[in-house]
Design a protein around this ligand. Structure first.
Ligand SMILES: [Zn+2]
Length: 299
C-alpha cells in the first residue's frame, strides 16, 4: 500500500475509521526545530510521519491557507490531525454554551477537511455540577446532532473525544468509549498521561497499559487506527489530576517503553502524538524505542 494511501472505511462503532499503513509518530503542533514554513520538510527529514495541528484557541476559517498546509503535508508524507479549541463544553448548564461548542467542533471538522486531516481531537467538557451520567448523556446528544449535520454535508471527519486529565472534566476512559459506541464518526483520542493523572497515577507498568487496551479493544472491536497522545506528566498535590507535562525520561511517568511493548505485541497501527514539552524530539525518542522493540522481536 502506498504510504499515503489512506482508506476510509465505515465500521460499526468506529465511525470514520482511519486505516493506517503503519504506526506513525509526530508532534502536537508545529515542530520547534525549524520555521513553520519548513515544518513538513523537517518532519520528513527526521523520519516522522504525523502532526497534530493546534486550533486550540480558535479555528481558522480561511480555508485556502489550510488547503495549502494540507498539500504540503501530503507532499512530505505527513498525516495531519487537528486539535479543536479548549473552549468546548458539551455538558454546560447554559444551552448557549453547548450550541457554541457544537459550532466550534463543526468549524474544526470543516478546517480538518480543508487540510486533509483525518481526525479532530477535542475535550468534551466539564461535569458542570451534574451527575456524570447526565453530563455524558448531554454530550452524546450534542455529538449526535453534530454528526447528523456532518453527514448532511458529506463531511466524513472522525471526531475524537479525548480522555481528559482532571477529575472535574468529562472524559474518563469509560465515558469516551461510550461516546464512540453510541455516535457514528466518533473514535476516542486516547491520552495515556491524562488517564494516568485522573486516576491518581494508575499506569505503573505493562499490565496497566494492557488493562486499558483490553478495554478499548473489547468495547470498540479493534485497536487499529487509534489516535494516541503521549507525554510524561506531573500530578497535582492532591494526587488526582494533571499539573504539567514533562519530557520523556523525566521520571514522572508514565513510562513509554511498556506501552511500546504492548503496541508491538498487539501489532497495532496508531498515530502517536507527542505532547511532551520537547515535541518532535520526544516523538523521535518514542519512535526509536518502538522500532527497537520491533527489531528485537522479529530477530
Ligand atoms: Zn487535548
Amino acid at each position: 500500500m502506498d504510504e499515503l494511501d489512506l482508506c476510509l472505511l465505515s465500521a460499526p462503532y468506529m465511525g470514520v475509521n482511519v486505516r493506517l499503513d503503519r504506526t506513525r509518530f509526530g508532534p502536537a503542533g508545529f515542530p520547534m526545530g525549524c520555521p513553520k514554513e519548513k515544518a513538513f520538510e523537517y518532519l520528513q527529514k527526521l523520519g516522522l510521519g504525523a502532526m497534530e495541528y493546534q486550533a486550540v484557541r480558535r479555528v481558522p476559517t480561511k480555508l485556502d491557507p489550510l488547503k495549502e498546509i494540507g498539500k504540503e503535508a501530503k507532499e512530505r508524507g505527513i498525516i495531519l490531525t487537528l486539535h479543536a479549541p479548549y473552549a468546548i463544553n458539551l455538558a454546560s448548564k447554559e444551552r448557549e454554551k453547548v450550541f457554541k461548542s457544537i459550532e466550534r467542533l463543526y468549524l474544526s471538522a470543516k478546517a480538518a477537511e480543508a487540510m486533509g486531516a483525518t481526525h479532530v481531537t477535542f475535550h468534551p467538557g466539564y461535569y458542570s455540577e451534574r451527575e456524570p451520567e447526565e453530563a455524558l448523556k448531554l454530550a452524546i446528544k450534542a455529538l449526535d446532532d453534530l454528526v447528523r449535520r456532518l453527514k448532511d454535508e458529506n463531511l466524513r471527519i472522525e471526531l475524537g473525544p479525548e480522555t481528559t486529565g482532571k477529575p472535574s472534566q468529562l472524559g474518563s476512559l469509560d465515558e469516551v468509549l461510550r461516546m464512540a459506541e453510541e455516535v457514528d464518526f466518533v473514535s476516542p483520542t486516547i491520552d495515556f498521561a491524562h488517564i494516568h493523572a485522573r486516576e491518581g497515577g494508575s499506569i505503573r507498568g505493562r499490565e496497566d497499559y494492557a488493562r486499558i487496551l483490553d478495554k478499548v479493544e473489547g468495547r470498540l472491536g479493534s485497536l487499529n487506527g487509534l489516535v494516541v497522545h503521549f507525554t510524561e506528566v506531573e500530578l497535582t498535590a492532591s494526587g488526582k489530576g494533571e499539573k504539567m507535562h514533562h519530557e520523556l525520561g523525566s521520571g514522572y511517568g508514565p513510562d513509554f517503553k511498556p506501552l511500546a511493548i504492548e503496541m508491538v505485541e498487539r501489532g497495532v497501527k496508531w498515530l502517536v502524538i507527542s505532547e511532551s514539552p520537547l515535541l518532535e524530539e520526544d516523538s523521535l525518542k518514542m519512535k526509536r524505542i518502538y522500532m527497537g522493540i520491533r527489531k528485537r522481536r522479529t530477530k
